[in-house]
Write a protein that binds this ligand. Structure first.
Ligand SMILES: Nc1ncnc2c1ncn2[C@@H]1O[C@H](COP(=O)(O)OP(=O)(O)O)[C@@H](O)[C@H]1O
Ligand SMILES: [Mg+2]
Length: 180
């Protein structure tokens, strides 16, 4: 790899597992605090390589992964100002169902790890924890949608367009709502 001078790059964000810097308009690099996190995320990104909502991996090394930069804003912020549309609902079900079919153990994500780009395409940017155990429905996703008040709209969309998925999720979502 060409040598990367982190102090000369634009810092984008940090989380529990590492720090992310922008390389150019198309790519960013995540530098990991622990090798274990890198291995988990690399495995997830490889498993999801054919799914269009995951950033493609360009290159990786001992403590970093270079991947597609997803321009835009996190879905939790987006929904404060913008409407929840059928196009977003469709992409969310497809995201979860694609992950399930690819046998991710946790076919789920928090709203803050979904980026809405200028074409309103959704990206799932941080799949570090997607191999951890999970309930049989996207609990984190629903917690976020309930907080934003759009869970019922979403479930109405799922019921109409993905009745089989609705059948699997419905009682779990109902229980989650009763408790929240
Ligand atoms: N591919 C990406 N495109 C654009 N922004 C990103 C991308 N990956 C991460 N970020 C930004 O960097 C922040 C930290 O990255 P994240 O992968 O969540 O790190 P961690 O695993 O440590 O939580 C994210 O919240 C987001 O703002
Ligand atoms: Mg994160």
């Amino acid at each position: 790899m060409v040598e990367i001078r982190l102090d000369q790059l634009e810092f984008i964000g940090a989380g529990k597992h590492g720090e992310v810097y922008k390389l150019d308009e198309k790519r960013c690099v995540k530098v990991y605090r622990r090798r274990h996190y890198l291995r988990m995320e690399l495995a997830a990104l490889k498993r999801g390589a054919k799914a269009s909502f995951f950033p493609q991996v360009h290159e990786w090394g001992e403590n970093y992964i270079i991947r597609d930069y997803a321009p835009g804003i996190p879905l939790n912020h987006y929904l404060r100002a913008e409407r929840f549309t059928p196009a977003i609902a469709r992409q969310l079900v497809e995201m979860v169902e694609t992950m399930r079919k690819l046998r991710f153990r946790r076919a789920d994500t928090r709203l803050s790890h979904i980026i809405v780009d200028p074409n309103r395409k959704l990206w799932l940017i941080d799949p570090v924890n997607t191999m951890k155990p999970s309930p049989p429905y996207p609990r984190k996703l629903f917690k976020g949608l309930i907080r934003r008040g759009v869970d019922e709209e979403f479930m109405a969309y799922v019921q109409e367009h993905y009745p089989e998925v609705y059948g699997r999720w419905e009682r779990h979502v109902r229980r989650l709502k009763e408790r929240s």
